[in-house]
Design a protein around this ligand. Structure first.
Ligand code: B12
Length: 161
């Protein structure tokens, strides 16, 4: 379905569950998929508190953050988490996306949740089955838009220092 190793640039991706979500196989699946496409994945695992997410973004300076949620609270937890991330200099410009089963009514709520989550700060919101669009989106981050490029330059400068 997807051509493996098609990433033009290997992104460093922080993969995270939302704070209340204890499901893990979604994360395992996504990690394998992203790695298969050449990306480096830092998988924070299930039930990630907002402060741990912030700490991880500071520590790893990722090119993108991918949120996964399936327990039905993703639209609430995700909104709070992205507002927290966007309120901090380290997370203000990092491309961040979310997807999965974000509510409890399936696709019926997708548009409303998407609008809300984008307004709160997400760059993109993916429906449950939208794995191919996710891969395309990440591929298009390279060569990267200015904001992510700035973020990467900062990381490289820190590494070089
Ligand atoms: C196993 C399971 C559990 C296990 C999890 C164990 C573990 N270690 O993971 C346990 C028993 C703990 C559990 C608990 C609960 N669960 Co549960 N669980 C499941 C179950 C049966 C399978 C999930 C799974 O592993 N799937 C395999 C993975 C690989 O697939 P996936 O999760 O579907 O993920 C895919 C997509 O969602 C998508 N995706 C996910 N994230 C992202 C992100 C992006 C960016 C993109 C593009 C795509 C994407 O891609 C993934 C790979 O294909 C599902 C039902 C089902 N058949 O799917 C319910 C299900 C997810 N659970 C559900 C619920 C409600 C709960 C509980 C709230 C139940 C309760 N009342 O306590 C709790 C929540 C606990 C919590 N705090 O989060 C609901 C969620 C309902 C909704 N969102 O509409 C489901 C769908 C069952 C149902 N039909 O009602 N659960």
């Amino acid at each position: 379905m997807f051509g493996a190793m098609e990433a033009r640039y290997k992104l460093r991706i922080v993969l995270t569950a939302t704070s209340s979500d204890s499901h893990t196989w979604n994360l395992v699946y996504l990690q394998l998929l992203l790695e298969e496409h050449g990306h480096e994945v830092i998988n924070l695992g299930p039930c990630v508190p907002d402060d741990l997410l912030l700490h991880s973004v500071r520590e790893h300076a990722p090119d993108a953050v991918v949120f996964s949620s399936v327990n039905g609270h993703g639209f609430l937890d995700g909104e709070r988490a992205i507002r927290t991330l966007r309120s901090e200099p380290d997370g203000a410009f990092t491309p961040a996306v979310i997807g999965g089963k974000l509510g409890i009514l399936g696709t019926a709520q997708h548009e409303a949740h998407s609008a809300m989550l984008v307004k709160a700060g997400f760059d993109a919101v993916f429906s449950d089955g939208a794995l191919e669009p996710l891969i395309s989106y990440l591929r298009d981050l390279s060569p990267v838009p200015a904001a992510a490029s700035l973020h990467r330059s900062r990381r490289n400068a820190e590494v070089a220092a």
